[in-house]
Structures are given as structure tokens and as C-alpha cells.
Design a protein around this ligand. Structure first.
Ligand SMILES: NC(=O)c1ccc[n+]([C@@H]2O[C@H](COP(=O)([O-])OP(=O)(O)OC[C@H]3O[C@@H](n4cnc5c(N)ncnc54)[C@H](OP(=O)(O)O)[C@@H]3O)[C@@H](O)[C@H]2O)c1
Length: 247
């Protein structure tokens, strides 16, 4: 039997990537678009349409906040109107608020949980009805959701919750042949990590066996193959230069 060459896909997939106005999400969107897929990017940035246009012709942007129920409904309506369905949902939008228990406010806690945990749950709930068999959800986790980093209670709890949500949804949605996995970046050069002091940065890099930060392109490549791996669901894929092995 003649087989299509590796990577050949006759039909472009339809991706939705949250938090794609910059950073890892932007790189995921750019990679998918560069490989011929259609992409919807979501972020609160009012200039999201311009960012989408700069990625490629088959990319459109929705300026929306994943913590707002009405915005999530609007995102789903826009995707349905444009495409009538969705193949890949990447829950990447994320917020980091640090500080020990004595310093964090209730607002820090609630904003972090709302963005990193409730947002993905609402996105899946709103969009799963548009996904056919073979659909794929990729949640973006964090090493902090698996290990205790002092000063990261908001962020660590939100990402640990997202791991639990990934497990449950992998089982629930398997009945419909929709896969749900988690990609876990280690320490990646983005706006989220830009304000970390040199001392703290060096300390983290000192724990990474590969002795460097990751790039957004390296994270995007892993999200790409996790999204398309037909027998993978409920998996957690660390992409961290070995950090988890060394903690
Ligand atoms: N960088 C790292 O070392 C690292 C490590 C582990 C995990 N991660 C995870 O990777 C993901 C991406 O992080 P990043 O490093 O690329 O961060 P980033 O550069 O700060 O980007 C975060 C993205 O999320 C969007 N966003 C934040 N809150 C949102 C909301 N309420 N609604 C919609 N969009 C929202 C932002 O866009 P707007 O401001 O336009 O809304 C932006 O596009 C996050 O989930 C983060 O937790 C990052």
C-alpha cells in the first residue's frame, strides 16, 4: 500500500490557542500556521487581530479574557461561525503571582485560579461540542504544579489542579475519542520569567541538567506532536531540560 509521506495531512486542522498574544502560545500558533493549519488566537490584548495577521493568512484573533464566562461563550460562537468545528484546543493562557502566604492577597489567589484552572475548564466545556472524533486538548502545566516551590502557592495550586482536570477529562472525553494531555514547560524565556532576578534565575538554571532555559519554539514543537499523537491521552509531557529529575 502506498503511504503518504511523514507529516502529510490532506486536511488542515483547526486550532484554538489561548494566551497566544505572546510567549509560548504565540509560538504554538505560529508553528501550526507555518505547517498549514488554521489557527484562532485568544488573548486580552486589544491588538490581537493585528498579531493574528502578522502570523499568517489563516489565523484570526479574538480579544477575550478566559476568566470571563461571557467571553468564553463569545470565543466558542466565533469559532463555530468561522469554521463550524475545532480540532485542537491549547489551554495555554496563564498568570503567575508569587509571594509567601503572608504576602499574597485573596485577589492574587482568585485571579490565578481563575486564569490557570477555571479558564481551561470553561474553555473545554464551551468548545468540546464543536470537536469531532480525533479532537485534541493540550493543557499547559508547570513543574511548580508537581513540586513544592516556596512562594508559589497560588500558581502551584492552580497548575496542580490543571493536572487533575487533565486526568479527569482524558477519561471523560475518551468516550468521544477526544484526547486530553498536558505539556509541562520547565523554565522558558518569556515575559512571565523576564522579571526574575539574576540570582534566582541562576539558581533555577543550576538545577536544570541541560543548564539552560528552554525556548518558546521548543515548547511549541512538543505541543504540536502531543496534539497530533493519536494514541496519547491523559499523559503529562515534561519539556524541562531535565528539571523534574533533579528536584
Ligand atoms: N515561561 C515559563 O517558564 C513557563 C514555565 C512553566 C509553565 N508556563 C506556562 O506556559 C503558559 C504560557 O506562559 P508564557 O511564559 O508564554 O507567559 P506570558 O509570556 O506571560 O504569556 C501569557 C499569555 O497568556 C495570556 N493571558 C493571560 N491571562 C489571560 C486571560 N485572563 N485571558 C486570556 N489570555 C490571557 C496573555 O495575553 P494577554 O495579556 O493579551 O491576555 C499572554 O498571551 C502559561 O500557562 C504558563 O503558566 C510557563
Amino acid at each position: 500500500m502506498v503511504q503518504a509521506p511523514d507529516g502529510f495531512r490532506p486536511v488542515a486542522r483547526r486550532w484554538l490557542v489561548t494566551g497566544a498574544s505572546r510567549g509560548i502560545g504565540h509560538a504554538v500558533a505560529a508553528l501550526a500556521a507555518s505547517r498549514g493549519d488554521k489557527v484562532c488566537i485568544v488573548g486580552r490584548d486589544p491588538g490581537i487581530a493585528g498579531i493574528a495577521a502578522s502570523i499568517g493568512p489563516d489565523v484570526f484573533g479574538v480579544s477575550a479574557d478566559v476568566t470571563k464566562a461571557d467571553d468564553v461563550v463569545r470565543i466558542a460562537a466565533e469559532v463555530e461561525a468561522r469554521w463550524g468545528g475545532l480540532d485542537v484546543l491549547v489551554n495555554n493562557a496563564g498568570l503567575h503571582r508569587g509571594g509567601g502566604l503572608d504576602r499574597i492577597s485573596d485577589e492574587d489567589w482568585e485571579a490565578t485560579i481563575a486564569t490557570n484552572l477555571s479558564g481551561p475548564m470553561r474553555m473545554v466545556r464551551a468548545l468540546v461540542g464543536l470537536m469531532p472524533e480525533g479532537g485534541s486538548v493540550v493543557n499547559v502545566g508547570a513543574v511548580v504544579g508537581f513540586r513544592g516551590f516556596p512562594g508559589d502557592s497560588c500558581y502551584g495550586a492552580s497548575k496542580a489542579g490543571l493536572t487533575g482536570l487533565t486526568n479527569v477529562l482524558a477519561v471523560e472525553l475518551a468516550r468521544r475519542q477526544i484526547r486530553v494531555n498536558m505539556v509541562v514547560p520547565g523554565f522558558v524565556q518569556t515575559e512571565m520569567t523576564a522579571t526574575i532576578s539574576d540570582r534566582a534565575r541562576d539558581a533555577i538554571i543550576g538545577r536544570i541538567p541541560l543548564r539552560r532555559m528552554g525556548t518558546v519554539e521548543e515548547m511549541a514543537e512538543v505541543c504540536w506532536w502531543v496534539a497530533g499523537s493519536p494514541y496519547m491521552t491523559g499523559s503529562v509531557v515534561f519539556t524541562d531540560g531535565g528539571l523534574m529529575c533533579n528536584l
